[in-house]
Design a protein around this ligand. Structure first.
Ligand code: NDP
Length: 398
């Protein structure tokens, strides 16, 4: 079979010859008891770059030894790109949310052999899920592989925004020492009201991680958490997004992108936020209207906005979030730490091994199967597509 794998570019200076740490901490299992990925083999060293082109997710030896063809490229956007050319006779496409290959309906229809789209990570909105259902293409992702990596990033970005780290760091880098400038937007998180839209794997882990800061915790989700967890964390449940945003100083977004959540944070919802709230979004850029966010950061309706997700990716060089005031944006990195890469590379191999052997893929990994939402997809997504506008990614110039 032909497997097409779209990965981000290697480091500008080439692959590292060494890494800061010699080994990764050993994890037994995920917090809810789910096991980490269990491939039968592994041809990489955990802790090394795997998500870039030369890293190849550690798959080449395994795939070629099994008689398959592996094509790896980062050329994924614009007419005539390598990914589009290679897709037409590919059986499986693998892509990562950090540098997504947008498998639109048109692209899917150009690839009659396509059987499966694997997300090396979590969040499969870069695939037109409705087209996948219509064309019998299965969509799977490596559920849980980087959820806790993202929760760590969220905690970091809450602190970066509320304490105004970036201003202070820049003063030091510029050779300065002006304390008043450094602290004129800096607050303690303690005592604040922190809320999350969605308390799934990431949202709940973020709540747990924030609990020791002595804050008030809130959440809104389509399904309510068990009472024991609400009590343990002292959570306030909100039936609606509007209710949550009206009382929270920090609003975290951790739901998937699907037609129900696309542009949820528009001018109207932002106007209902508590004045001066901070928003953290590591879920998907398109859950927010980018211009509405920028306007609110300009006006002071929002005190700051941080996250690592944009739309499209890479975002055009003049994307307004690069320059709006009081932002704490990073590129899409939270789920692709070196630690997380080892887990999702293992997860992709587990999925491929199951697929080639005709074994069932874990139910938790399924988003679309046999023409319908399945597994996690049936629980967390709604039908339809969210890939509209992704062709803008071609505007990014390296
Ligand atoms: P989970 O599936 O564990 O959690 C998703 C949660 O979102 C579920 O509790 C689901 O509710 C809830 N949800 C879905 N739709 C809505 C809605 N309309 N309103 C409120 N809640 C909703 O996934 P994770 O927590 O692991 O990941 C969440 C998302 O984060 C991913 O889909 C992805 O987009 C993003 N992500 C980003 C990464 C990054 O690197 N920045 C890495 C990993 C993920 P229920 O199931 O109760 O219906």
């Amino acid at each position: 079979m032909k497997i097409l794998c779209i990965l981000y570019d290697d480091p500008k200076g080439g692959m590292p010859s060494n890494y800061p740490l010699n080994e990764l901490p050993a994890l037994e299992k995920y917090p809810d008891g789910m096991s980490l990925p269990t491939p039968k083999g592994r041809d990489f060293t955990p802790g090394e770059l795997l998500g870039c082109v030369s890293g190849e997710l550690g798959l080449r030896k395994y795939l070629e030894d099994s008689g398959h063809t592996l094509i790896v490229t980062s050329d994924k956007d614009g007419e005539g790109c390598v990914a589009d050319m290679e897709l037409v006779d590919a059986d499986i496409v693998i892509s990562q949310p950090f540098f997504p290959y947008y498998v639109t309906r048109e692209k899917m229809e150009s690839a009659p052999n396509l059987k499966m789209a694997i997300t090396a990570g979590i969040g499969s909105d870069h695939v037109d899920l409705q087209a996948a259902m219509d064309h019998g293409v299965d969509v799977v992702e490596v559920t849980y592989c980087n959820s806790r990596s993202v929760a760590e990033h969220i905690v970091m970005q809450i602190l970066v925004l509320v304490r105004d780290f970036t201003t202070q760091h820049n003063i030091v880098n510029d050779g300065g020492w002006h304390i008043a400038d450094a602290v004129s937007r800096s607050y303690d998180v303690e005592g604040m009201h922190i809320g999350t839209i969605a308390a799934g794997r990431i949202g709940l882990d973020m709540l747990r991680k924030m609990k020791p800061f002595d804050v008030h915790l809130h959440y809104m989700d389509r399904h309510r958490l068990p009472e024991s967890i609400e009590q343990e964390l002292g959570l306030t449940f909100h039936e609606t997004v509007e209710s949550l945003v009206s009382v929270c100083d920090v609003i975290n977004i951790s739901c998937p992108l699907h037609p129900e959540t696309e542009h949820m944070f528009n001018d109207e919802l932002i106007s209902k936020c508590k004045k001066g709230a901070y928003i953290i979004n590591t879920a998907r850029g398109k859950i927010c209207d980018k211009d509405a966010i920028a306007r609110a950061c300009e006006s002071g309706q929002l005190s700051g906005y941080a996250g690592d997700v944009w739309f499209p990716q890479p975002p055009p060089n003049d994307h307004v979030w690069r320059t709006m005031p009081n932002h704490g944006m990073t590129p899409h990195t939270s789920g692709t730490s070196l630690t997380a890469q080892a887990r999702y590379a293992d997860g992709v191999r587990e999925i491929l091994e199951c697929f080639f052997a005709g074994d069932e893929i874990r139910n938790e990994y399924l988003i679309v199967q046999n023409g319908d939402l399945a597994g996690m997809g049936a629980h967390s997504y709604s039908k339809g597509t969210a890939t509209g506008g992704s062709e803008e990614a071609a505007k990014f110039k390296k």
